[in-house]
Design a protein around this ligand. Structure first.
Ligand code: HEC
Length: 126
């Protein structure tokens, strides 16, 4: 089959695929329904946990916090909170910053917290 003949045979098929695509994307058609799975991640216990629940779970899962490396300094968490405010527009009031940094450092950086978490995970594993 010459390339010209292949084109002649494929063009109608391609055209109908494209038309079907256009029909599916008609404005006004409802977006596909999607419900996210229930949240399973949660923030660790710590001072002012409620503040962290208010200000740190509005945009993303607790996984974003819990998957950060352990043992980071207060400066790291301070920089994270600042980034959430300036880069991502988190509406965290000035007077909540210090308690949040304290919570994050206590709950996620202290060796004791890391150890507690590891022991709990080891006990859960089969
Ligand atoms: C206004 C929305 C918003 C709020 C509120 C928010 N974040 Fe985020 N956060 C984001 C976005 C957007 C990302 C980046 C997502 C991506 O890259 O997929 C992010 C990412 C992160 C990450 C991953 C590392 C990084 O720097 O990208 C951490 C850790 C994090 N956030 C912690 C926090 C903590 C702690 C708080 C509360 C003090 C908080 N976030 C509140 C929007 C927010």
């Amino acid at each position: 089959m010459s390339p010209r003949l292949i084109h002649a045979a494929l063009l109608p098929a391609l055209a109908s695929i494209m038309l079907a695509g256009l029909a599916a994307a008609q404005p006004g058609s409802p977006p596909p329904a999607y419900s996210p799975p229930p949240e399973t991640a949660r923030l660790l216990e710590g001072p002012d946990l409620a503040k962290a629940q208010t200000y740190c779970l509005a945009c993303h899962s607790a996984d974003y916090v819990t998957t950060q490396p352990r043992g980071m300094s207060a400066a790291f968490w301070e920089a994270e909170v600042a980034k959430m405010r300036t880069a991502y527009g988190a509406t965290i009031p000035d007077d909540a910053v210090k308690p949040l940094v304290n919570y994050l450092t206590t709950a996620y950086s202290a060796p004791a917290a890391h150890e507690r978490e590891t022991v709990a995970r080891l006990r859960k594993s089969p």
